[in-house]
Design a binder for this molecule. Structure first.
Ligand SMILES: C[S@@+](CC[C@H](N)C(=O)[O-])C[C@H]1O[C@@H](n2cnc3c(N)ncnc32)[C@H](O)[C@@H]1O
Length: 336
């Protein structure tokens, strides 16, 4: 298989570039060794990296929904069909556009028929309220909303309707844990069913990770998931970050704030739990043209609090709407 050989440090950036230029061969797994990452590519192109040949495992192709529905839906209907779906364990969450609502059961049954590992198909809702949960309608299969899901070496149990969870963020969680250094004491605000704390616990040598979550259902799953993964360096608390963080009265090496709609309104809480050297990962929904402006705003907020900070990076980690991205702004407190 034709690959480019990229130093580990540059792998994330190169991967994004390959995807955006449609050069990455997604049918094969990427290979890694201690120093380098080997990306399978579709063809030769101009690059500073070396082309090499590697034997790579082929991915199991997921059934192509559009192809399997060609005889059951009209040409117009097929145009509206969304190919992407969220797979959480043996549950699939499907986005059904308005135009296909009358065919939603037919589509869901086709998903069941063509994906033997799937037991339940639910219709995607809208994330709402403080808990950021979504109403999910059963379209086909077993009547359950509880899933067991695996990513980044952890197993998670959760109710997909009553707990916020996105499998699409697994790479982002990996990107975060890759930055964590031995001995760090960490805080994860808005911890949900415990996914960030557990992924960090399992894949790093962090000293301790504290998770805080306001949704009792999510918190109960987090407690179960701690046991399920035998995580000994994670503590989770139920309640509002604004109340719990001051009560804990600790200063952390790293703070993760995965609540893109509102995380910035919790910065004051984060500052009180910060010391010189603390790194903050602040998630926000931002128009791609306004990332620099938001970075400046964060610096201003720090200045007003007589704190100094240095922006390390702003990482686009998902698209929310045309030109609007989920962005993780990472900054270091340099003076308190
Ligand atoms: C976008 S979800 C992220 C959940 C989890 N970190 C994940 O990635 O799957 C945000 C979470 O923050 C919780 N939340 C919202 N406001 C909160 C607050 N003031 N204190 C603690 N948790 C809060 C919600 O209940 C929700 O579970």
């Amino acid at each position: 298989m034709l690959c480019i050989k990229v130093p580990v440090k540059e792998a994330q950036k190169v991967k994004k570039e390959l995807i955006s230029k449609d050069l990455l061969d997604k049918e094969h797994f990427i290979k890694k060794d201690k120093d380098c990452v080997y990306f399978p590519v579709k063809k030769r192109f101009k690059t500073q990296y070396k082309f090499v040949h590697k034997i790579l495992k082929k991915k199991k192709p997921r059934a192509d929904l559009k192809a399997s529905l060609t005889k059951k839906l009209s040409k117009d209907d097929l145009e509206f069909l969304r190919r992407s779906m969220d797979v959480i364990g043996d549950i699939v969450i499907l986005e059904i556009p308005k135009e296909l609502e009358k065919k939603e059961k037919l589509i869901a049954n086709e998903v069941l028929r063509t994906n033997k590992s799937i037991k339940t198909v639910l219709k995607k809702g809208k994330h709402e309220g403080v808990f950021r949960t979504q109403k999910l309608k059963l379209l086909a299969g077993e009547k359950t909303k509880e899933a067991t899901y695996k990513e980044n070496n952890v197993t998670l149990k959760l109710d997909v309707e009553n707990v916020y969870f996105s499998p699409r963020l697994s790479n982002e969680r990996k990107r975060i844990y890759k930055q964590v250094r031995r001995g760090e004491d960490m805080l994860v605000m808005f911890a949900g069913c415990g996914v960030y704390p557990l992924v960090i616990s399992k894949n790093t040598k962090a000293k301790h990770i504290t998770g805080i979550e306001i949704n009792p259902t999510a918190h109960n799953y987090a407690l179960q998931n701690l046991l399920l993964n035998k995580a000994e360096n994670v503590s989770v608390f139920l309640g509002d970050v604004r109340n719990i963080v001051p009560k804990l009265g600790k200063k952390y090496d790293r703070i993760v704030m995965p609540l893109p709609k509102q995380a910035h309104t919790f910065l004051e809480v984060a500052f009180k739990a910060s010391k010189k050297g603390t790194i903050i990962h602040l998630y926000q929904f931002i128009n791609e043209n306004e990332i620099k402006k938001r970075e400046k705003e964060i610096k201003e907020i720090c200045k007003k609090r007589k704190i100094e900070c240095r922006i390390i990076n702003s990482e686009k980690c998902g698209q929310q709407a045309p030109h609007v991205f989920r962005v993780c702004i990472e900054f270091k407190i340099t003076k308190t």
